[in-house]
Structure formats: structure tokens, C-alpha cells
Design a binder for this molecule. Structure first.
Ligand SMILES: Cc1cc2nc3c(=O)[nH]c(=O)nc-3n(C[C@H](O)[C@H](O)[C@H](O)COP(=O)(O)OP(=O)(O)OC[C@H]3O[C@@H](n4cnc5c(N)ncnc54)[C@H](O)[C@@H]3O)c2cc1C
Length: 473
């Protein structure tokens, strides 16, 4: 039984069936989703317009190609040839700095600046800040001192200014998080490895990049990929595969709790129905899984609920290209937390992925809301569109009325891997030992990107397979 029909839960069902078929195990899989649609945070709207289509992503808009599990699943589902990269003609991503857009300096490797010339020319950092960045080559690695925040680590190596103006909007933005609270070990563990191994982030990042360039296959088209008509293609393909495999797929079915029944479990539903299961994969957000676990294991439930989630929203706005005063010559821009804006970033969707808007039209997407600032945001559609339009007016001087606007509010959607997250994960693994046949999947634990969520589903399916291994017979 799998609870939660986002990409993690759907992947768990897919891999459970696949692994059972490979081992000739006669298992029956049920997948419960409380909403009326599959996909969780993945939702794509395709809007016919003036002879073409706007493809509007409500949540994620592409996945990282370098983590193998996304591409691998797409290939298995027959979507390999449908994966498209970002516009190869684009180079720039901008950072909002003193109310203007400044390009990210060339030579970022693993998000670390490595090109001294480019840094010297960049308006993003003052001369004192640039000099401070050079300390990265001189400072010895800090001795191990437990979990450190991303903000503290980068400030220590590159200086606070480089952190606030350059690294924070790139790295914390991925989590809509607060870099001074995010755990380095849980978010970017390789940075500490670079410090320890090479004594310098820049030196280490350069070496790593050279090594991975040597290994990357010539077919690697782009760091970010998406199926042609949007990420929902992955969800649609998974659902039709699961239907073909006779998985018991139940939408509009909310689980309310778990209890023990012999060596198996009972899943209690809001409808009052109770479903028996040999094994259960909890693929809901960590706080929701905590709620489900409460009757079975209060401590496990408490640890799950300790993982905080931030709320965020995306507002997609479509315009006639001729209504935009500025050429959209990049992927978009990110906004440092210290700028004090309510927006976090703006993606220039129709230049990043030209097929997502009809010719002569432009599609932009503004992200609003980040950890710790949610109370300042009015979470209703009208106010969010107003905030997004204010952002576009202030930064890009767009005053025209949008032709289309689509708002997606994602309440408690972005898990925050804050300080202490690695300890919580270790405790969760320990506590789960006492519940054979129970596994966790989803974005709350070891990666929030789509490939990580797919991988978590696959690993959870493998855990359940142990129920049928000879050892437990
Ligand atoms: C705005 C935004 C932009 C993002 N951008 C990117 C990106 O560009 N690239 C990328 O790789 N990742 C991105 N992410 C992250 C990624 O989209 C998510 O981490 C991932 O989709 C989460 O998948 P999941 O299956 O773990 O969880 P979810 O998608 O949250 O699915 C969990 C499901 O469980 C269901 N559920 C909850 N409680 C119950 C219950 N009691 N009973 C039954 N069902 C229940 C929920 O309704 C939900 O459908 C983004 C996320 C957001 C919000």
C-alpha cells in the first residue's frame, strides 16, 4: 500500500511492480491520493492560444539531468526521446543587485565562482568583498564541529558579501529556504568535501568540473530536462503504466492513520474504511506522514513532524512579446534575501524553453514566498498576481496587462533541511527498524528534486521487497 500520489509515490508503485515481476512475486499494489488528481507538486496546464500553446508549469519546470534517476525513469516510460533541454543559445542568469539586473559571473562550477577575471569584473561584489573571496585559497579547512549552516560555511570561506549577493540566492533559492538555517551537510555536502580535500572551494570545484567534463557523455544535452509538453507527461505515463499493471489506483482517498495488525498494518481512511496491508510506503509530506504514524509510534511521528516546510507560490504571466520593454536574453533572475523583496526569482520561461509559448508571445513566472517570510505574503490569487506584476514592473518595467495569468499556491510544500536534519534522518532510520514493511519516500528526507524523489520511491519499493525475501518467511 502506498500513501501519496506525487512523483515519489507513483515511482514507488512503478518500481514495486517492476521488482515484483522480476522476482515473480504475486503482489497487489494500492496507491492512495487524497486529492482529485495525480502528481502532487507536478502540475502542467496546456492552454491553446492564437494557433499555439502556452505550457504552464505550476510547480517544478524541469529536472536535473546529472542525477540519473529522472532520465532513467523517463527512458523506461518511453519518454527518453521527448526530453528537451533548455535553450542552448542562452547564457545568462541575472541577480537583482541594487534594483538592477547584473549577470552571474562566468565560470561558476558547482555554483562556486572559479573565474577570477569574471569575479573582478562583476558588479555584484565590492572590491573589499572580492579581496575577501581570495581568502578561500589561504584559509585552512575548519576542524569538524558538527552540523554547520550553509550561510555560515560560505561566509567563512568566501566572505559574507559573496554569500549574500551571489551564493545565497542561487543555493537557498532551491529550497525557498534561509541559508543561515539550512544544514550544509543535508543540502550541499560536497562543499565541505571540497574544503577538506582541496583546501579551497574554487580549486576543488574546478578540479571536480574538469573530472566530470571528462566523463560526461556527448549526448548530455543540457543540465535541465523536461518532456516536450511539460512534466505532467511523466505523471501521465506513470499512471497509464500502473493502470495497465492493474494497480489499485484511488484518487480522492485520504488516509488518516496506521495501526498494527499482526505482522502487517491497517490503513484507516477518512471514509471510515480500513484497508489491510503487508507493507506500507508513506510518500506524503513528512508532516502528513507524521500524522499517519501517530497512532503507531509517537516518537517516529514526532521526528517526522519536526521537519519544517515552507510555503511558496508561482505566478505565470503571459504577454505579447512586443509589450515587453526589455529583451529577455537569459534564463531569468534570482533575488537575494537581503533585497527584502517578496519575490524570490523570476524565470523567463519562453526564452528558457521557447516551445512553451506561441511565437510572438512571452511567458514569465514569478516565485513568491520563502522560509520565514510567509506571514508577509497575502496567499490569495488576486494579491499574488498584483505582487508578481509589481515585481515585473519594478525590475523589467513591464506595465502591460497580462493576457493570461495562472497562480499556484503551494502551502507547506518546500521541506527545509535545517540544522539537525542529518541527525533526524539517522533517528528515523533507527526507529523504522522497529517497523518491518514500513518505508518513507518523498521530498522530506534526502533530496527535494524530482530525480531524488523518484529514487526515494525506488528505494522504498526495494525495502518492501524484503518482506518477501526468504529471511522473513
Ligand atoms: C514551486 C515549486 C517549484 C519546484 N521546482 C522544481 C524544479 O524545477 N525541479 C525539481 O526537480 N524540483 C522542483 N521542485 C521540487 C519537487 O517538485 C518536489 O520536491 C516533488 O515534486 C515532491 O514530490 P513528492 O512525491 O515527494 O511529494 P508531493 O508532490 O507533495 O506528493 C505527496 C502527495 O501526498 C498526498 N497526500 C498527503 N497526505 C495524504 C493522505 N493523508 N492520504 C493520501 N494522500 C496524501 C498529497 O496530496 C500529494 O499529492 C519544486 C517544488 C515546488 C513547490
Amino acid at each position: 500500500m502506498i500513501i501519496g500520489g506525487g512523483v515519489a509515490g507513483l515511482s514507488a508503485a512503478y518500481y514495486a511492480i517492476k521488482k515484483a515481476q522480476e522476482r515473480s512475486l504475486p503482489i497487489r499494489v494500492s496507491l492512495l491520493e487524497k486529492e482529485a488528481r495525480w502528481g502532487g507538486k507536478i502540475v502542467t496546464e496546456r492552454i491553446a492560444f492564437d494557433g499555439g500553446h502556452f505550457i504552464i508549469e505550476g510547480g517544478p519546470d524541469a529536472f536535473l539531468a546529472t542525477k540519473p534517476w529522472g532520465v532513467a525513469l523517463c527512458k523506461e516510460l518511453g519518454l527518453g526521446e521527448r526530453l528537451q533541454g533548455v535553450n542552448p543559445r542562452l547564457k545568462n542568469t541575472y541577480v537583482l543587485h541594487r534594483n538592477r539586473l547584473a549577470p552571474l559571473p562566468d565560470g561558476l562550477a558547482l555554483m562556486i565562482p572559479t573565474n577570477a577575471q569574471a569575479i573582478l569584473k562583476s558588479p555584484l561584489i565590492s572590491w573589499i568583498g572580492k579581496a575577501r573571496m581570495g581568502f578561500d585559497f589561504l584559509l585552512p579547512p575548519a576542524p569538524a564541529n558538527g552540523d554547520e549552516s550553509l550561510g555560515s560555511f560560505i561566509s567563512r570561506r568566501l566572505g559574507r558579501e559573496a554569500y549574500e549577493n551571489l551564493i545565497e540566492p542561487l543555493m537557498s533559492g532551491i529550497y525557498a529556504g534561509d541559508g543561515d538555517a539550512l544544514s550544509l551537510a543535508a543540502t550541499f555536502p560536497y562543499l565541505r568535501d571540497l574544503e577538506l580535500k582541496y583546501g579551497s572551494l574554487a580549486r576543488g570545484a574546478l578540479i571536480m568540473r574538469k573530472q566530470s567534463n571528462g566523463k560526461s557523455s556527448p549526448s548530455a544535452r543540457s543540465a535541465f530536462l523536461t518532456p516536450t509538453t511539460g512534466l505532467a507527461e511523466i505523471i501521465e505515463a506513470l499512471v497509464s503504466r500502473l493502470q495497465a499493471d492493474h494497480v489499485d489506483l484511488r484518487l480522492g482517498t485520504s488516509a488518516t492513520g496506521l495501526s498494527q495488525s499482526g505482522r502487517g498494518y491497517l490503513v484507516h481512511l477518512e471514509s471510515g474504511e480500513v484497508l489491510p496491508a503487508d507493507g506500507v510506503i508513506l510518500a506524503a509530506p513528512a508532516y502528513a506522514s507524521g500524522h499517519l504514524m501517530a497512532p503507531l509510534d509517537a516518537e517516529l511521528a514526532a521526528v517526522l513532524r519536526e521537519i519544517p516546510y515552507a510555503s511558496t507560490a508561482t505566478i505565470s504571466l503571459a504577454y505579447r512579446a512586443s509589450d515587453l520593454p526589455r529583451q529577455l536574453d537569459g534564463f531569468g533572475y534570482v533575488i537575494p534575501r537581503r533585497a527584502g523583496r517578496r519575490a524570490l526569482a523570476c524565470t523567463w520561461t519562453s526564452t528558457k524553453f521557447p516551445h512553451r509559448a506561441p511565437d510572438a508571445y512571452a511567458l514569465l513566472r514569478v516565485f513568491i514566498g520563502r522560509a520565514g517570510q510567509e506571514e508577509a505574503i497575502p496567499w490569495n490569487e488576486e494579491a499574488l498576481v498584483r505582487l508578481a506584476r509589481e515585481e515585473l514592473q519594478q525590475t523589467l518595467e513591464i506595465t502591460a496587462d497580462p493576457l493570461i495569468s495562472r497562480v499556484f499556491v503551494w502551502e507547506n510544500s518546500m521541506p527545509q533541511y535545517n540544522l539537525g536534519h542529518p541527525t533526524r534522518l539517522a533517528r528515523l532510520s533507527e526507529l523504522l527498524q522497529q517497523h518491518p514493511g514500513l518505508a518513507l519516500a518523498g521530498n522530506g528526507y534526502r533530496g527535494i528534486g524530482i530525480p531524488d524523489c523518484i529514487h526515494s520511491g525506488e528505494l522504498a519499493a526495494e525495502t518492501l521487497m524484503a518482506l518477501w525475501s526468504p529471511r522473513t518467511e
